[in-house]
Design a protein around this ligand. Structure first.
Ligand SMILES: [Zn+2]
Ligand SMILES: [Zn+2]
Length: 499
C-alpha cells in the first residue's frame, strides 16, 4: 500500500473544454441557417447548392434533426462517400432512418441525378472528424497505416463486394443489449441484400446465442470484417463462432477479452476441453494485431492461442493473464512473431526467468518500435536477462517500464542501456524503490534528488525527448508523483502517463 505525504483535497478536476465558442459567424453559415429553418425551401434549393456547401449543410441539418432535408440530400450527394462521425450529436434512430430513406429513394430511381456520386456511407465513423460529417473520395482511409503502405497480397483494402452502394459501419452486439438503431440497420440491410451491401469492418460481440449469430452473419459477410473483438465469452461458445471465424479471411485485428472456462463449472476435464477449442481457432492469414486480455486457461497453453497466426504479427498484447515459465520459454520460438513492432505485456512476471523474453527481444531487435512492460512486477534480479538484448532494439521509439520494482542501482543500469537507443522519443520508468519508506509513504524529496542524476545518464548518450519517472499511485487519493524531463521537478499528477 503506497501513500503520498499530503493527499490533495480536491478531486480530479474535469478538463476544461477549450473549444473556441467565439468563431465568427460567416455569411455562409447565416445563409445555411436561414435555409434550414424552412425545409421546403432548403430542399428545393439543393439543386443550386454548391458542392462545397453539402457537408456543412448536411452536418447542420443532422445536428438540428431536420430529417426531411437529410433524406433529400442523399440522392444528390455530390461526393463518392459520406462519413457520419461516431460522436456527432443526434446520431440516433431518426437520423439513421432519414439517411436510409434517402438511400431507398436512390436505389429506386431509374434515372439518377447526374450530380449524385454516392457509392457508400460510413455510419458511426471513428476516423476523420468523429464529431462531424466528412465527404470523401476514397473508401479505404481507415485502414491501419501498415496495410496502406505495404498491402499484403491476400488482403485487399477495398471490400471485395462490388455492389454499387454500401453502408460501412462498426457493430457492437451484446446479448440483450443491441441498440435500436443497430437492429433497424440490420433488418433494413437484410431486406435489401440484393441491391445493397452492409459492410462491417469492425465487429464487437459479447455472448450471443446461436440464433442471433446466424441472423447477423446472414446479413453481414464474415470476410468484410477486419477487426473483431470477442468479449465476455465462455470458451465453449467458440464452437458457435468457429464456422464464422473460418470465413474471416481479411481479419487484421483480433481481441479476446475476458474469456472464461465452460458454463458447467467444475466440469471434469474443463481445461482440456477449453484448450481443444482454442487450438481449433482457424488460421488467420493476414492478422496484424492480436490482443489477449483477461483470458483463463492461457497459463501453460500460450502455444495453443498463438497457433492461429499464419503471418508475421505486428502487435502482440497480453494483459491481465497468467503466464507460466513454459509459455515464456515458447515465445521466442513462435514462428510468427519475429517481425513484431509492438509488444505489450502487462502481467506478473515476478516468479519467472526472463531469459526467454531477452531472447525474444533479440529476435525482434530490427523491427520492435514499442515495448510496454508496465506492471510486470519485474525485480532487480530479473532485469539483467533483458538488458543486453534491449540495447540492441535499435528501432524502439517507446518504452514503458512503469510499475516494476527497480532499485536506484538497477534503474541506472536500465538507463545506461536505453540511453543507447537513438530513436526513443517516449520513455516511462518507475520511480526507484528508494523513493518509498518502509511503510510505503512516497518520499518526494528523494525522487526530486534522484531525478537530475537519472536524466544525466540518458543525456550523456543522446538528447532525450520525453522521459518520466513515476511513483506508484497513492492508496488514498490515487495520484502519483512524477519527475519528468519537461518540468525537471517532482510534481503531483493524476495519471503519470499523460502529459
Ligand atoms: Zn495521496
Ligand atoms: Zn464488405
Amino acid at each position: 500500500m503506497v501513500l503520498c505525504q499530503q493527499c490533495p483535497t480536491q478531486p480530479p478536476s474535469l478538463r476544461e473544454v477549450t473549444q473556441n465558442v467565439y468563431s465568427p459567424t460567416t455569411l455562409l453559415k447565416l445563409a445555411r441557417q436561414r435555409l434550414l429553418r424552412e425545409e421546403a425551401l432548403a430542399i428545393s434549393a439543393l439543386k443550386d447548392l454548391p458542392n462545397m456547401m453539402f457537408p456543412e449543410m448536411f452536418e447542420e441539418a443532422f445536428i438540428d434533426g431536420r430529417t426531411k432535408i437529410l433524406t433529400a440530400m442523399i440522392p444528390v450527394w455530390p461526393f463518392p462517400y459520406l462519413s457520419v462521425g461516431m460522436n456527432i450529436n443526434n446520431l440516433n434512430l431518426d437520423t439513421l432512418k432519414a439517411v436510409l430513406e434517402g438511400l431507398d429513394i436512390l436505389i429506386s430511381q431509374k434515372v439518377r441525378s447526374s450530380r449524385c456520386k454516392l457509392r457508400g456511407i460510413k455510419w458511426r465513423d471513428t476516423q476523420h472528424d468523429v464529431c462531424g460529417i466528412w465527404s470523401g473520395f476514397h473508401e479505404d482511409k481507415d485502414l491501419p497505416e501498415s496495410t496502406t503502405q505495404k498491402q499484403p497480397v491476400e488482403n485487399s483494402p477495398e471490400c471485395e463486394v462490388k455492389k454499387e452502394l454500401k453502408v460501412m459501419t462498426q457493430l457492437q452486439l451484446a446479448e440483450g443489449r443491441v441498440d435500436e438503431s443497430t437492429i433497424y440497420l440490420l433488418q433494413w440491410a437484410q431486406q435489401r441484400k440484393d441491391s445493397f451491401h452492409l459492410c462491417c469492418r469492425k465487429l464487437e460481440i459479447q455472448g450471443l446465442t446461436k440464433d442471433t449469430l446466424v441472423e447477423i452473419f446472414n446479413t453481414i459477410r464474415a470476410d468484410c470484417i477486419q477487426e473483431l473483438k470477442l468479449g465476455f465469452f465462455f470458451i465453449n461458445e467458440l464452437d458457435l463462432l468457429n464456422p464464422y471465424l473460418r470465413q474471416m479471411n481479411n481479419l487484421l485485428r483480433l481481441t479476446l477479452d475476458h474469456l472464461r472456462g465452460s458454463i458447467g463449472f467444475g466440469e471434469e476435464n474443463e481445461e482440456e476441453k477449453a484448450i481443444t477449442l482454442i487450438s481449433q481457432l482457424p488460421a488467420f492469414h493476414c492478422l496484424q494485431e492480436f490482443n489477449i486480455n483477461d483470458v483463463s486457461f492461457i497459463d501453460g497453453n500460450l502455444k495453443e492461442f498463438l497457433r492461429c497466426l499464419k503471418k508475421p504479427l505486428e502487435t502482440l498484447c497480453i494483459t491481465n493473464c497468467q503466464l507460466s515459465q513454459s509459455d515464456l520459454d515458447y515465445l521466442p520460438y513462435c514462428q510468427n512473431i519475429f517481425e513484431l513492432k509492438r509488444l505489450y505485456l502487462s502481467l506478473s512476471l515476478h516468479n519467472l526467468l526472463l531469459a526467454p523474453l531477452g531472447f525474444l527481444l533479440e529476435r525482434v531487435r530490427h523491427t520492435l518500435e514499442c515495448l510496454n512492460l508496465k506492471s510486470c512486477e519485474i525485480k532487480e534480479s530479473q532485469l539483467n536477462a533483458l538488458l543486453p538484448a534491449l540495447s540492441q532494439c535499435s528501432q524502439l521509439t517507446d518504452v514503458n517500464f512503469y510499475d516494476n520494482n527497480f532499485s536506484l542501482l538497477s534503474l541506472k543500469q536500465l538507463l545506461h542501456h536505453t540511453g543507447k537507443l537513438s530513436q526513443l522519443t517516449n520513455e516511462v520508468y518507475p520511480a526507484p524503490l528508494e523513493c518509498y519508506d518502509n511503510r510505503g509513504v512516497i518520499l518526494t524529496n528523494r525522487l526530486k534528488n534522484f531525478g537530475p542524476e537519472l536524466l544525466d545518464i540518458v543525456r550523456a548518450k543522446r538528447q532525450p525527448k520525453k522521459v518520466a519517472f513515476a511513483t506508484m499511485p497513492c492508496f488514498r487519493c490515487d495520484g502519483h508523483y512524477v519527475y519528468d524531463l519537461e518540468t525537471q521537478c517532482c510534481h503531483f499528477k493524476w495519471d503519470p502517463l499523460q502529459s
